[in-house]
Design a protein around this ligand. Structure first.
Ligand SMILES: Nc1ncnc2c1ncn2[C@@H]1O[C@H](COP(=O)(O)OP(=O)(O)OP(=O)(O)O)[C@@H](O)[C@H]1O
Length: 238
Protein backbone atom coordinates (compact mmCIF):
# COMPACT_ATOMS: atom_id res chain seq x y z
CA UNK A 1 0.00 0.00 0.00
CA UNK A 2 1.31 3.45 -0.84
CA UNK A 3 -1.24 5.20 1.43
CA UNK A 4 -3.32 4.00 4.39
CA UNK A 5 -5.76 5.91 6.54
CA UNK A 6 -6.78 4.30 9.80
CA UNK A 7 -9.76 5.83 11.72
CA UNK A 8 -8.81 9.36 10.69
CA UNK A 9 -10.99 12.07 12.16
CA UNK A 10 -11.18 15.85 12.03
CA UNK A 11 -13.68 18.31 13.48
CA UNK A 12 -14.28 22.01 12.98
CA UNK A 13 -15.98 22.91 16.26
CA UNK A 14 -19.01 20.62 16.53
CA UNK A 15 -18.84 19.70 12.83
CA UNK A 16 -17.19 16.33 12.13
CA UNK A 17 -15.70 16.58 8.63
CA UNK A 18 -13.74 13.31 8.81
CA UNK A 19 -15.28 10.62 10.96
CA UNK A 20 -13.32 7.36 11.36
CA UNK A 21 -12.10 7.39 7.78
CA UNK A 22 -10.34 4.11 6.96
CA UNK A 23 -9.10 3.01 3.54
CA UNK A 24 -5.90 2.01 1.77
CA UNK A 25 -4.58 2.68 -1.71
CA UNK A 26 -2.27 0.18 -3.43
CA UNK A 27 0.68 1.56 -5.38
CA UNK A 28 -0.32 2.31 -8.98
CA UNK A 29 -4.06 2.54 -8.37
CA UNK A 30 -6.34 5.36 -9.55
CA UNK A 31 -9.02 5.91 -6.91
CA UNK A 32 -11.97 8.27 -7.37
CA UNK A 33 -13.66 10.13 -4.51
CA UNK A 34 -17.26 11.32 -4.81
CA UNK A 35 -19.78 12.74 -2.38
CA UNK A 36 -22.17 15.66 -1.97
CA UNK A 37 -20.97 19.24 -1.49
CA UNK A 38 -19.57 19.67 2.00
CA UNK A 39 -19.07 15.90 2.52
CA UNK A 40 -15.44 16.51 3.51
CA UNK A 41 -13.62 15.56 0.32
CA UNK A 42 -11.24 18.53 0.13
CA UNK A 43 -10.68 18.26 3.88
CA UNK A 44 -9.59 14.66 3.38
CA UNK A 45 -6.99 15.83 0.85
CA UNK A 46 -5.80 18.48 3.31
CA UNK A 47 -5.34 15.79 5.95
CA UNK A 48 -3.36 13.59 3.53
CA UNK A 49 -1.13 16.50 2.43
CA UNK A 50 -0.64 17.88 5.93
CA UNK A 51 -2.32 21.23 5.20
CA UNK A 52 -4.59 20.20 8.08
CA UNK A 53 -3.65 17.95 10.99
CA UNK A 54 -5.96 15.06 11.91
CA UNK A 55 -7.55 15.15 15.37
CA UNK A 56 -7.43 11.35 15.58
CA UNK A 57 -6.27 8.24 13.74
CA UNK A 58 -3.22 7.52 11.60
CA UNK A 59 -2.05 8.27 8.07
CA UNK A 60 0.71 6.10 6.63
CA UNK A 61 2.56 6.94 3.41
CA UNK A 62 4.98 4.38 2.00
CA UNK A 63 5.11 2.60 5.33
CA UNK A 64 5.89 5.72 7.37
CA UNK A 65 3.47 7.30 9.84
CA UNK A 66 3.05 10.84 8.48
CA UNK A 67 0.06 11.86 10.66
CA UNK A 68 1.94 14.72 12.36
CA UNK A 69 4.42 15.46 9.57
CA UNK A 70 4.43 19.05 8.14
CA UNK A 71 3.07 19.50 4.59
CA UNK A 72 6.48 20.42 3.16
CA UNK A 73 7.98 17.12 4.28
CA UNK A 74 5.09 15.18 2.76
CA UNK A 75 5.64 16.96 -0.57
CA UNK A 76 9.30 15.95 -0.41
CA UNK A 77 8.25 12.35 0.28
CA UNK A 78 6.12 12.35 -2.88
CA UNK A 79 2.63 13.60 -2.01
CA UNK A 80 1.62 16.04 -4.77
CA UNK A 81 -1.68 17.84 -5.31
CA UNK A 82 -3.66 20.11 -7.57
CA UNK A 83 -6.08 22.67 -6.15
CA UNK A 84 -9.76 23.11 -6.97
CA UNK A 85 -9.06 26.70 -7.91
CA UNK A 86 -5.81 26.84 -9.93
CA UNK A 87 -3.20 28.91 -8.13
CA UNK A 88 -0.36 29.58 -10.56
CA UNK A 89 1.96 32.57 -10.24
CA UNK A 90 0.01 34.66 -12.77
CA UNK A 91 2.93 36.88 -13.77
CA UNK A 92 5.40 34.04 -14.36
CA UNK A 93 5.61 31.96 -17.53
CA UNK A 94 4.36 28.38 -17.64
CA UNK A 95 7.95 27.11 -17.52
CA UNK A 96 8.89 29.38 -14.60
CA UNK A 97 5.82 28.14 -12.71
CA UNK A 98 6.99 24.56 -13.19
CA UNK A 99 10.54 25.30 -12.16
CA UNK A 100 9.28 27.03 -9.01
CA UNK A 101 7.15 23.97 -8.13
CA UNK A 102 10.08 21.65 -8.81
CA UNK A 103 12.42 23.69 -6.60
CA UNK A 104 9.79 23.72 -3.85
CA UNK A 105 8.89 20.05 -4.17
CA UNK A 106 12.25 18.36 -4.38
CA UNK A 107 15.14 20.72 -5.09
CA UNK A 108 18.21 19.17 -6.67
CA UNK A 109 20.48 20.23 -9.51
CA UNK A 110 19.00 22.92 -11.76
CA UNK A 111 19.93 21.15 -15.01
CA UNK A 112 18.07 18.05 -13.88
CA UNK A 113 15.01 20.04 -12.87
CA UNK A 114 14.97 21.91 -16.20
CA UNK A 115 15.08 18.58 -18.03
CA UNK A 116 12.26 17.15 -15.90
CA UNK A 117 10.11 20.25 -16.33
CA UNK A 118 10.52 20.01 -20.13
CA UNK A 119 9.38 16.38 -19.99
CA UNK A 120 6.36 17.33 -17.84
CA UNK A 121 5.44 20.15 -20.26
CA UNK A 122 5.37 17.56 -23.01
CA UNK A 123 3.38 15.07 -20.93
CA UNK A 124 0.77 17.73 -20.08
CA UNK A 125 0.71 19.14 -23.64
CA UNK A 126 1.97 22.55 -22.60
CA UNK A 127 5.25 22.55 -24.52
CA UNK A 128 4.06 25.15 -27.03
CA UNK A 129 2.90 27.37 -24.16
CA UNK A 130 6.15 27.14 -22.19
CA UNK A 131 6.89 30.86 -22.55
CA UNK A 132 3.31 32.09 -22.18
CA UNK A 133 2.50 34.07 -19.04
CA UNK A 134 0.26 31.94 -16.78
CA UNK A 135 -2.28 34.75 -16.41
CA UNK A 136 -2.95 34.67 -20.17
CA UNK A 137 -3.90 30.96 -20.40
CA UNK A 138 -7.29 29.53 -21.37
CA UNK A 139 -9.18 27.53 -18.71
CA UNK A 140 -8.06 24.18 -20.16
CA UNK A 141 -4.42 25.29 -20.16
CA UNK A 142 -4.76 26.62 -16.60
CA UNK A 143 -5.97 23.15 -15.60
CA UNK A 144 -3.06 21.60 -17.50
CA UNK A 145 -0.68 23.97 -15.71
CA UNK A 146 -2.21 23.00 -12.35
CA UNK A 147 -1.57 19.35 -13.26
CA UNK A 148 1.95 20.13 -14.50
CA UNK A 149 2.84 22.07 -11.32
CA UNK A 150 1.74 19.11 -9.21
CA UNK A 151 3.81 16.76 -11.39
CA UNK A 152 6.84 19.05 -11.11
CA UNK A 153 7.04 18.35 -7.38
CA UNK A 154 7.83 14.73 -8.31
CA UNK A 155 4.81 12.97 -6.78
CA UNK A 156 4.47 9.24 -6.25
CA UNK A 157 0.89 9.95 -5.15
CA UNK A 158 -1.02 12.64 -7.06
CA UNK A 159 -4.17 14.16 -5.52
CA UNK A 160 -6.46 15.86 -8.03
CA UNK A 161 -9.20 18.12 -6.65
CA UNK A 162 -12.06 18.66 -9.12
CA UNK A 163 -9.75 19.38 -12.01
CA UNK A 164 -12.37 18.72 -14.74
CA UNK A 165 -14.94 21.26 -13.48
CA UNK A 166 -16.03 23.99 -15.91
CA UNK A 167 -14.53 22.44 -19.05
CA UNK A 168 -16.44 21.74 -22.27
CA UNK A 169 -16.97 18.08 -23.19
CA UNK A 170 -14.11 18.17 -25.73
CA UNK A 171 -11.73 19.88 -23.28
CA UNK A 172 -12.66 17.38 -20.59
CA UNK A 173 -11.87 14.46 -22.93
CA UNK A 174 -8.49 16.02 -23.72
CA UNK A 175 -7.63 16.50 -20.03
CA UNK A 176 -8.73 12.95 -19.19
CA UNK A 177 -6.34 11.63 -21.86
CA UNK A 178 -3.49 13.52 -20.17
CA UNK A 179 -4.44 12.17 -16.72
CA UNK A 180 -4.60 8.64 -18.13
CA UNK A 181 -1.07 9.13 -19.50
CA UNK A 182 0.21 10.22 -16.08
CA UNK A 183 -1.43 7.20 -14.47
CA UNK A 184 -0.03 4.86 -17.13
CA UNK A 185 3.41 6.28 -16.32
CA UNK A 186 3.14 4.74 -12.84
CA UNK A 187 1.84 7.60 -10.68
CA UNK A 188 -0.79 6.59 -8.09
CA UNK A 189 -3.80 8.92 -8.31
CA UNK A 190 -6.62 9.91 -5.96
CA UNK A 191 -9.12 12.09 -7.78
CA UNK A 192 -12.06 14.04 -6.31
CA UNK A 193 -14.46 14.82 -9.14
CA UNK A 194 -18.10 15.72 -9.75
CA UNK A 195 -17.80 15.02 -13.51
CA UNK A 196 -18.55 11.32 -13.10
CA UNK A 197 -18.01 10.07 -16.63
CA UNK A 198 -14.53 11.63 -16.67
CA UNK A 199 -13.73 10.05 -13.32
CA UNK A 200 -15.02 6.56 -14.11
CA UNK A 201 -13.10 6.50 -17.39
CA UNK A 202 -9.86 6.61 -15.37
CA UNK A 203 -10.32 5.12 -11.90
CA UNK A 204 -10.40 1.46 -10.84
CA UNK A 205 -12.32 2.12 -7.62
CA UNK A 206 -14.66 4.75 -6.25
CA UNK A 207 -14.88 5.87 -2.63
CA UNK A 208 -18.07 7.62 -1.49
CA UNK A 209 -17.91 10.16 1.32
CA UNK A 210 -20.96 11.54 3.14
CA UNK A 211 -20.85 13.70 6.29
CA UNK A 212 -17.17 12.80 6.71
CA UNK A 213 -17.80 9.05 6.64
CA UNK A 214 -16.85 6.47 4.01
CA UNK A 215 -20.16 4.94 2.96
CA UNK A 216 -18.82 2.80 0.15
CA UNK A 217 -15.65 1.80 -1.67
CA UNK A 218 -15.38 -0.55 -4.64
CA UNK A 219 -15.66 -0.99 -8.40
CA UNK A 220 -17.41 2.02 -10.03
CA UNK A 221 -20.24 -0.15 -11.44
CA UNK A 222 -21.00 -1.65 -8.04
CA UNK A 223 -20.80 1.71 -6.28
CA UNK A 224 -23.07 3.47 -8.76
CA UNK A 225 -25.58 0.63 -8.56
CA UNK A 226 -25.77 0.77 -4.75
CA UNK A 227 -29.09 2.00 -3.38
CA UNK A 228 -27.46 4.03 -0.57
CA UNK A 229 -25.15 5.85 -2.99
CA UNK A 230 -27.96 6.59 -5.43
CA UNK A 231 -30.08 8.01 -2.62
CA UNK A 232 -27.38 10.01 -0.89
CA UNK A 233 -25.15 11.10 -3.70
CA UNK A 234 -27.42 11.31 -6.70
CA UNK A 235 -30.54 12.21 -4.71
CA UNK A 236 -32.54 9.63 -6.65
CA UNK A 237 -35.72 8.00 -5.47
CA UNK A 238 -35.16 4.24 -5.77
N1 LIG B 1 -11.23 25.65 7.89
C1 LIG B 1 -12.52 25.35 8.11
N2 LIG B 1 -13.17 25.79 9.21
C2 LIG B 1 -14.46 25.48 9.45
N3 LIG B 1 -15.21 24.70 8.64
C3 LIG B 1 -14.61 24.21 7.52
C4 LIG B 1 -13.25 24.51 7.19
N4 LIG B 1 -12.94 23.88 6.02
C5 LIG B 1 -14.07 23.23 5.63
N5 LIG B 1 -15.06 23.43 6.53
C6 LIG B 1 -16.41 22.84 6.48
O1 LIG B 1 -16.22 21.43 6.45
C7 LIG B 1 -17.17 20.82 5.60
C8 LIG B 1 -16.48 19.97 4.56
O2 LIG B 1 -15.85 20.83 3.63
P1 LIG B 1 -15.03 20.27 2.37
O3 LIG B 1 -14.55 21.47 1.59
O4 LIG B 1 -14.01 19.31 2.81
O5 LIG B 1 -16.18 19.51 1.56
P2 LIG B 1 -16.14 18.96 0.07
O6 LIG B 1 -16.72 17.61 0.12
O7 LIG B 1 -14.79 19.10 -0.52
O8 LIG B 1 -17.16 19.95 -0.66
P3 LIG B 1 -17.20 20.45 -2.21
O9 LIG B 1 -17.66 19.30 -3.04
O10 LIG B 1 -18.23 21.56 -2.15
O11 LIG B 1 -15.83 20.95 -2.57
C9 LIG B 1 -18.03 21.94 5.04
O12 LIG B 1 -19.21 22.03 5.81
C10 LIG B 1 -17.17 23.15 5.20
O13 LIG B 1 -17.96 24.32 5.32
Amino acid sequence: MILSLDSVSKSFGALKVADGVTFAVPKGEALGIIGPNGAGKSTLFNLITGNLLASGGHITFEGRDVTRLPAMERVRMGVGRSFQIPQPFEGLTVFENLLTAATFGRGGREAEMVEDCARILEETELLRKANAVAGSLSLLDRKRLELARAMATGPKLLLLDEIAGGLTEAECTALVATIRGIHAGGTTIIWIEHVLHALTSVVQRLLVLDFGRVIGIGAPDEIMASREVREIYLGLEV
